[in-house]
Design a protein around this ligand. Structure first.
Ligand SMILES: Nc1ncnc2c1ncn2[C@@H]1O[C@H](COP(=O)(O)OP(=O)(O)OP(=O)(O)O)[C@@H](O)[C@H]1O
Ligand SMILES: [Mg+2]
Length: 300
């Protein structure tokens, strides 16, 4: 079997502040990620998500335990070339696109990464065009980034990472500053990268409806990995989520409230559509529309 793309074993990280105060952000986190997975990373504010992201692309190095990313053992002894190789394989998109755009013309911005790779001109041209097309920003290639909307800027930032052709992209709350339409837009791009280009995706988010779209969900709570499973597995345990300060997606929350009221469902769906269908079926069942022995439960 192929080596996992990421292997973390007992990974710890402690920040030491100037004032001598230290904060342990990760404490003994272990997991593996296979190439091509689409993973959502959830956790309360300050739980250690960004710290994990920074360890994965070599901005930080592990304080304890081991971390291997794309065949590279991440340590403080890594050479600049090794760190560069990891960053070429693992791209990062942050929350605020304004901090990520560096050039005055969109296509120059997207070319910045590939130029640093020292690629031939034609190859850079092709990568820039392909990346801009992949995020639907090709017709804005000659625009000035500061004239674009927030979501357009974020798409250009994603194109800049794509042009490096990384094996994996980490989105660290990259949709947090966008309106709901903009969020949906960027999420479509993220799904496409995973589905059509086989890119490994780690998506750090506070939005449960976004996490539902992943194949797997990791929950970090106070520096500890508190859940690791499919969205259905992780979100079916509403009480466990609450204990770490998170809510389930809205449909699951509604069903959980009904369950607490004594109403039983045969399934624990998580998407809004599936929850609506499940509640409707239960209602029809209880009211004899399709016949049903648990009629009294829903009618109380
Ligand atoms: N540069 C730093 N120096 C000292 N402590 C830090 C630093 N960066 C983060 N921390 C602390 O480490 C812990 C984890 O922070 P981290 O940014 O990884 O959390 P997060 O899950 O990304 O939070 P958020 O949801 O707010 O982005 C927090 O207690 C935070 O205050
Ligand atoms: Mg963060």
């Amino acid at each position: 079997m192929a080596e996992p793309f990421i292997t973390a074993k007992d990974l710890t990280y402690t920040y030491s502040g100037d004032d001598g105060e230290s904060t342990t952000a990760l404490r003994g986190v272990s997991f593996t990620v296979s190439a091509g997975e689409y993973i959502a990373v959830l956790g309360h504010n300050g739980s250690g998500k960004s710290t994990l992201a920074k360890l994965l692309n070599g901005i930080l190095t592990p304080g304890g335990g081991t971390l291997t990313v794309s065949g590279h053992k991440m340590t403080s002894e890594m050479t600049d070339e090794e760190i560069f190789a990891v960053r070429r394989d693992v791209g990062m998109v942050f929350q605020n696109p304004d901090n990520q755009l560096v050039a005055t013309i969109v296509e120059e911005d997207v070319a910045f990464g590939p130029e640093n790779l020292g690629l031939p001109r034609e190859e850079i041209r092709r990568r820039v065009d392909d990346a801009l097309k992949a995020v639907g920003m090709y017709e804005y290639r000659n625009s000035q980034p500061h004239r674009l909307s927030g979501v357009q800027k974020q798409r250009v930032a994603i194109a800049g990472v794509l042009a490096m052709m990384p094996k994996c992209i980490i989105f660290d709350e990259s949709t947090a500053m966008l309106d709901p339409r903009g969020r949906a837009d960027v999420m479509n791009t993220v799904r496409k990268l995973n589905r059509d280009f086989g890119m490994t995706v780690l998506h750090i988010t506070h939005y449960m409806d976004e996490a539902v779209q992943a194949n797997r969900v990791l929950v970090i709570s106070d520096g500890i990995l508190s859940a690791d499973g499919t969205p259905k597995e992780v979100f079916s345990d509403v009480e466990a989520l609450r204990r770490v300060g998170l809510d389930a997606p809205q449909g699951r929350e509604l069903m959980h409230a009904l369950e607490s009221d004594g109403i039983r469902f045969s399934d624990k769906p998580i998407s809004a559509e599936e929850c609506a269908a499940c509640i409707l079926a239960r209602y029809q069942h209880a009211n004899g529309i399709c016949g049903g022995k648990e009629k009294e439960v829903f009618g109380k």
